[in-house]
Ligand binder design. Structure first.
Ligand SMILES: NC(=O)c1ccc[n+]([C@@H]2O[C@H](COP(=O)([O-])OP(=O)(O)OC[C@H]3O[C@@H](n4cnc5c(N)ncnc54)[C@H](O)[C@@H]3O)[C@@H](O)[C@H]2O)c1
Length: 332
């Protein structure tokens, strides 16, 4: 079924992870996709991959922190494509840190990309979406809807995305523009490398808040939800925040209540341990898209197909890092 035949869709963050999977998915469903990202190399590769599949996409380099550049790029896209039917705001950045260590610069960048960047794209695109009676899908996070540790600026930015989504939904309902969001849990993409527990983090706290199923989600699983919300299949869905987290919130609450350390929790511990190991090896902070081999191990440890060799390597990193499962936060 080609739900996006003859439709034009703008996707931010299209060079990597969930945005790339969304661009691929929408193009495969018939859309002409305007791929927007600050990463011009990744953008070129992604557009080439879509074209190689016989689908339609074009690259539009844009740094969402360059506020004056957003509107001209959105207007150029609408002019090039002959209008806009949907906008998927997927670009995002984040980090973990103790409250005492978080800097204003981090707040500015994270809010600047995740919240203000999303707003600027929405604002510039709305006239075209009113014309087409189109749809916006924003990308929040379970960090916005459920408490997750060590993520103050990121969680606040995503909480802002939720509030923005609901407000825009009521603002433009009469114009028949739908505005929804996805709220992913942990997904297997390069951004995971930006989220390393700070030294001395309470690993139990982290253990109880991530990874239901003992597995990290796949970007394609979020892309499918974004495609649904952007499509006419969601014609009566508006102002909604759809969690794509494998049940993270409910399951982590249950684990917290019973105080158990299930297989799921153990997988989560491995990831956190490997993150700690990596950071102790002086590899922090990770740039997005880090090719660092220990980061690949973090991901491998969480993947459904993690090999015994991967897990053994994680165990070794845990030993090297002198990380202990019961390590407590500072002062305890
Ligand atoms: N992966 C997860 O576990 C997870 C969980 C919840 C929410 N999310 C959200 O999903 C979205 C996609 O993340 P992802 O996991 O695919 O990460 P990713 O790092 O693979 O992709 C993020 C993309 O955003 C782009 N980007 C970053 N800063 C930008 C800027 N200033 N201007 C334009 N583009 C910029 C990057 O170049 C990259 O291509 C983000 O909003 C993220 O917060 C991810």
């Amino acid at each position: 079924m080609k739900r996006f035949a003859d439709r034009n869709v703008l996707v931010t963050g299209a060079a990597s992870g969930i945005g790339a999977a969304t661009a691929v998915r929408l193009a495969a469903e018939g859309a002409t996709v305007a791929c927007v990202d600050v990463d011009t190399v990744g953008l070129t590769a992604m557009v080439a991959a879509i074209a190689a599949s016989g689908d339609r996409a074009a690259p539009y380099p844009l740094d969402l922190l360059d506020r004056d550049a957003v509107r001209p790029v959105v207007e150029t896209i609408a002019a090039d494509l002959g209008g806009l039917d949907a906008v998927c705001n997927v670009a995002g950045i984040g980090t973990w840190g103790f409250d005492a260590d978080v800097t204003l610069e981090q707040w500015d960048r994270i809010l600047g990309v995740n919240l203000i960047g999303t707003w600027l794209v929405c604002q510039a695109a709305l006239p075209f979406l009113v014309e087409s009676k189109g749809a916006i899908v924003n990308t929040a996070s379970t960090a916005a809807t459920d408490a997750t540790p060590y993520q103050a600026p990121y969680a606040a930015s995503k909480g802002g995305v939720v509030a923005l989504t609901r407000t825009l939904a009521v603002n433009h309902a009469a114009e028949r523009v739908r505005v929804n969001a996805v709220a992913p849990g942990p997904i297997d993409t390069p951004i995971v490398g930006s989220f390393l527990p700070p030294d001395g983090a309470d690993m139990d706290l982290i253990t109880h808040t991530i990874l239901p199923f003992g597995e990290i989600g796949r970007p394609e699983e979020v892309a499918a939800a974004i495609a649904f919300l952007a499509s006419d299949d969601a014609s009566h869905v508006n102002g909604h925040v759809l969690k794509v987290d494998g049940g993270q919130a409910r399951l982590s609450y249950f684990r917290g209540r019973i105080g158990g350390r299930s297989t799921m929790a153990n997988t989560s511990s491995r990831i956190s341990a490997c993150s700690v190991a990596s950071s102790r090896r002086g590899l922090r902070p990770y740039p997005t898209n880090s090719p660092d081999p220990s980061m690949r191990l973090v991901i491998a440890a969480a993947r459904r197909n993690a090999s015994p060799r991967d897990l053994a390597e994680v165990e070794r990193l845990m030993r090297d890092s002198r990380w202990r499962p019961r390590q407590r936060a500072v002062g305890s």
